[in-house]
Design a protein around this ligand. Structure first.
Ligand code: 9MG
Length: 284
């Protein structure tokens, strides 16, 4: 008898198979992301880039209106709404894309749900006041990520008492319990170790080497290492020279159980994910 495929529902129109890994393409809609300027120009350029990522093999487009890079300053809620909501509407209606939104603001979570988004990606794990309630009410899957502090201070000498993989697991268990306590079904939750968030290079390397440890949590794993400092520092590479190092991390992550790979480099990552997955399944 053949094994039944299982899925994660992502809003009303989309679902993701749990039986194979997926690629999430990064679409930043901060003003510096698309250099041709102007509100519509930004929207059109973002739409073109998203369409390209879908052609290249992206299963999900992750839209972000606030930079979460180390040292980044937060944006206001209205500014984030103005940046993100029109793009989400266009991606869902014009391209039929499965859109996740990288946000920590409850107002944005509510608005993007109405606009047709299929997933919430919160690097702050619903820590902001009202975020837990907004995410629970949205009915959407939510990615919970390990980060201590805020992007503007998280890299100030991060230290942990336990080995990093245990620290991350305990943190995520607490966030999962909080979500379940708010009535969210477990099948709506994803977890993410948060590479580059409140971690030293040694933490990041150890965490990738022991990524399979997080499988005992029993939730699908999202991993984002694309163009991150752990590649730059290990290989002495500038941001635009980190593709090959990133593909090595993608391959490792999928072989250790990652279900979603978040990346800027969709075409190359889709091949790495597809090839690694085929080997793991021995072509089945
Ligand atoms: C928004 N963002 C930047 N890096 C990320 C990562 O590693 N994971 C997730 N879930 N989001 C991220």
């Amino acid at each position: 008898m053949s094994k039944e495929a299982t899925f994660m529902s992502c809003g009303e129109r989309h679902r993701l198979s749990r039986d194979r890994p997926h690629v999430m393409g990064i679409l930043n809609v901060t003003p510096d992301s698309f250099s041709d300027g102007g509100k519509h120009a930004l929207g059109d350029a973002a739409l073109r880039r998203a369409a390209e990522m879908l052609r290249e093999g992206a299963d999900i487009i992750d839209v972000g209106g606030e930079s979460t890079r180390p040292g980044a300053t937060p944006v206001g809620v209205q500014q984030e709404l103005d940046r993100v909501v029109p793009i989400v509407e266009r991606l869902t209606h014009e391209l039929g894309a499965l859109v996740s939104v990288d946000t920590s603001s409850p107002e944005v979570m509510t608005a993007i749900t109405k606009a047709g988004a299929g997933m919430i990606n919160d690097v702050r794990s619903l820590r902001r006041p009202g975020a837990l309630e907004a995410a629970a009410a949205s009915g959407l899957p939510v990615c919970l990520m390990h980060m201590v502090g805020e992007p503007d201070n998280m890299q100030n000498d991060p230290r942990y008492e336990r080995p990093i993989e245990e620290e991350v697991a305990v943190f995520l268990e607490q966030k999962i319990a909080r979500c379940r306590g708010a009535g969210m079904d477990g099948d709506r939750l994803l977890v993410d170790p948060g590479f580059g968030f409140a971690k030293t290079l040694a933490h990041n390397l150890r965490l990738m080497n022991r990524l399979e440890y997080l499988q005992h949590l029993g939730y699908p794993l999202l991993v984002g290492t694309s163009r991150k400092g752990m590649i730059g520092r290990t290989l002495s590479r500038e941001v635009d020279e980190r593709l090959y190092g990133g593909l090595a991390l993608t391959t490792l992550a999928v072989s250790k159980g990652a279900w979603i790979i978040r990346t800027h480099d969709v075409a190359a990552s889709a091949d790495a994910v597809g090839m690694t997955s085929a080997v793991l399944k021995e072509g089945k």
